[in-house]
Write a protein that binds this ligand. Structure first.
Ligand SMILES: NC(=O)c1ccc[n+]([C@@H]2O[C@H](COP(=O)([O-])OP(=O)(O)OC[C@H]3O[C@@H](n4cnc5c(N)ncnc54)[C@H](OP(=O)(O)O)[C@@H]3O)[C@@H](O)[C@H]2O)c1
Length: 274
């Protein structure tokens, strides 16, 4: 039997904040055609996929500007905006606040919903990075704070370093082809009520050829992409942020929700090797 109970929610709790976000959100890394992407993202928000992930790094700020344009069309309250700042910004609070202000200018909003340290900085103590992260929240520039690419050891240290705000998210790589977080990080986050935001959940599109996903797809009359995402969101506390800039892809992503793989098929994925 799987170690993890099946989670049937399509709106998932954000940390222990009492707030909920869609189980499937959209990433914005590597957008090729902004006009096409704009139509796709607006459609996603209209379909209720309200979680949008971006970063100052993506397209050197262009992705944040792109998200800003979409926000102006759909309305600020329709989108849960997550952005990520470069690790070196968190070496001191003043620098972090300035970087957050620049992101907000590009996004054209007064605060984001969630700001993350894009990956841990080797050159600064985690305690100092968390102080700087909290400074962004203290200035009212974000509602929530979180991490990305933090290991179990690093996330433990980060939690111990918080003073006023809780870490609500760790954004990490997680797909049916890369289940390494199932070793220890996932259970830790489930136990502590930290949301896992699964990035590259489609392995940049390669998931369509994954044997187990194709096999299950024919049995469920779903697509391999839908099987792959459904597996991830069947985990408690896990949301996934695939990137899609085509409306037909967005529609396919939406149908990853509203149903669940049977527990025995979740186990099949767990046992599969590639
Ligand atoms: N924190 C971090 O360090 C980190 C690292 C990597 C990524 N991320 C975040 O996670 C997001 C997603 O990861 P990712 O961009 O690496 O890749 P991904 O989501 O694994 O894959 C994106 C690719 O899958 C294609 N796709 C989307 N829906 C599809 C469908 N229904 N059928 C077939 N193909 C489909 C997309 O095509 P189209 O675009 O043409 O629709 C795109 O080429 C990023 O955009 C970013 O926001 C974070």
């Amino acid at each position: 039997m799987s170690r993890f109970p099946v989670d049937y929610l399509d709106r998932k709790p954000l940390g222990r904040s009492g707030e909920f976000v869609s189980a499937i959100g959209l990433g914005t890394w590597g957008i090729k055609d902004e006009e096409r992407a704009r139509t796709a993202l607006i459609h996603a928000v209209e379909l209720g996929m309200n979680l949008v992930d971006t970063a100052e790094m993506y397209g050197n700020g262009r992705a944040e500007e792109f998200v800003g344009r979409v926000i102006r069309e759909v309305g600020r309250e329709s989108v849960f905006v997550t952005t990520k700042l470069y690790p070196h910004r968190f070496r001191d609070p003043e620098r972090a606040v300035k970087a957050a202000e620049s992101s907000l200018r590009r996004l054209g909003i007064r605060h984001v919903d969630l700001v993350l340290i894009h990956w841990p900085d080797d050159l600064a103590p985690i305690r100092a990075q968390i102080r700087s992260l909290e400074a962004i929240a203290e200035h009212g520039l974000t509602r929530y704070i979180g991490l990305s690419n933090f290991s179990l050891r690093q996330i433990k240290e980060a939690i111990e370093s918080t003073t006023k705000f809780e870490i609500v998210v760790n954004q990490v790589k997680y797909s049916i082809l890369d289940r390494s977080i199932e070793r220890d990080l996932l259970s830790f986050c489930i136990d502590l009520g930290i949301t896992i935001m699964a990035y590259s959940p489609l392995e940049k599109g390669a998931i369509v050829n994954a044997r187990i996903a194709r096999e299950l797809a024919s049995r469920y009359s779903k697509t391999p992409v839908q099987i792959a995402l459904n597996y991830l969101i069947s985990r408690p506390r896990v949301v996934a942020i695939p990137k899609a800039e085509r409306v037909e892809h967005v529609e396919e992503l939406k149908e990853s929700m509203g149903w669940r793989l049977r527990p025995e098929d979740i186990e099949l994925v767990e046992k599969s090797s590639y």
